[in-house]
Write a protein that binds this ligand. Structure first.
Ligand SMILES: [Zn+2]
Length: 330
């Protein structure tokens, strides 16, 4: 339920819009491309980032048939002018919609929103629904604003009404500039970002205001579940700081949202299952990127979990999150 995909060819948005920051692709050799931000190198990617057939084949080697796909977060382009952000989002969404139309049994698409403009995002949500995507992927912060900001409420409301699932993905990591070495933004920043998003949404009362909103958080909640004791203690000992918008204990929210299973650690996954229940733990991979769990389902198979728990992780939880029936894929 958590994989990334990019169109093989992107427009030169920097040239078109007249300012930088957008991602473009340089196909510098067969089957490989460089993701560039202006003249700055971001990441080299393989054709499994854009070729649907290659992806299906690679997934087959792990007995996996369906991929929930969304863009690579660096393409969110929340920094851009709203109308330009909308154009980027539409391009990415139309690309995924045509993929899903061509391979309905293998791909489920999550759209991108121009979150820098709430009205445009809501218009795009309606379009996302019409073109057959099942939800949206949203960043853990929106140009450094947290997800509890009241201005985002209409977006949650629209997702709830339109029956669209939400995936919150860490990105634009806090402290990035102060920890450039050792890949720390990915190892330290990303787990913190996800917890930042979860705490913001819980303490901001989002799950109470929109009780039918279905939200999934990447990387098994980042550092949220492993620090829930501290978060709960903070809520109890300093309600004047923490419980200002929501009087409910944060621990009560475990199991009301979904998380993926990307822990790279069996003991941690056992703990996540205990905290969430197997119906709220989904099979994430972060494919095709190296920090993901690319041997899809392998370590879960080795854990001697009950069959029903494995089935929940492998498909039932994701189906419930997306509100799709299993028969759809058979
Ligand atoms: Zn990811």
């Amino acid at each position: 339920m958590h994989t990334h995909m990019i169109p093989k060819n992107l427009p030169d948005w920097e040239k078109k819009f007249g300012y930088g920051g957008f991602i473009r692709l340089e196909h510098h050799k067969a089957k490989w491309a460089r993701m560039m931000q202006g003249e700055k190198f971001f990441r080299e990617i393989n054709h499994n980032s854009w070729d649907p057939e290659v992806r299906i084949q690679e997934y087959q080697s792990f007995s996996t048939k369906v991929q929930v796909v969304c863009t690579i977060p660096v393409l969110f382009s929340y920094f851009s002018k709203p109308k330009d952000g909308l154009e980027v989002a539409k391009f990415l969404n139309d690309d995924l919609a045509s993929l899903v139309a061509k391979y309905p049994k293998n791909y489920v698409g999550l759209g991108t929103l121009p979150m820098q403009d709430v009205e445009l995002s809501i218009n795009e949500l309606h379009r996302i629904k019409e073109i057959g995507l099942k939800g949206v992927q949203i960043g853990s912060n929106i140009e450094d604003e947290n997800l509890n900001e009241p201005k985002f409420f209409p977006i949650w409301e629209a997702c709830e009404k339109l029956d669209l699932a939400v995936l919150v993905h860490p990105w634009n990591m806090m402290g990035k500039k102060q920890m450039e070495r050792y890949w720390l933004p990915w190892l330290v920043g990303m787990p913190a970002e996800t917890s930042r998003a979860m705490c913001s949404m819980i303490f901001g009362g989002i799950f109470d205001k929109f009780p039918n909103l279905r939200v999934n958080f990447c990387h098994a909640s980042g550092s949220f579940l492993s620090t829930i004791g501290r978060i709960e203690h903070g809520f109890n000992c300093r309600p004047d700081l923490v419980a200002v918008d929501n009087l409910n204990n944060p621990r009560e929210y475990c199991g009301r949202f979904w998380v993926d299973c990307i822990t790279h650690d069996k003991e941690m996954l056992k703990y996540v299952l205990k905290m969430q229940g197997s119906k709220r733990v989904t099979l994430g991979s972060d494919y095709p990127f190296p920090l993901g769990d690319l041997e899809i389902g392998e370590f879960i198979n080795q854990m001697n979990l009950d069959t029903n728990v494995v089935e929940d992780i492998f498909c039932n939880s994701t189906l419930e999150w997306l509100n799709i029936k299993k028969e759809y894929f058979l």
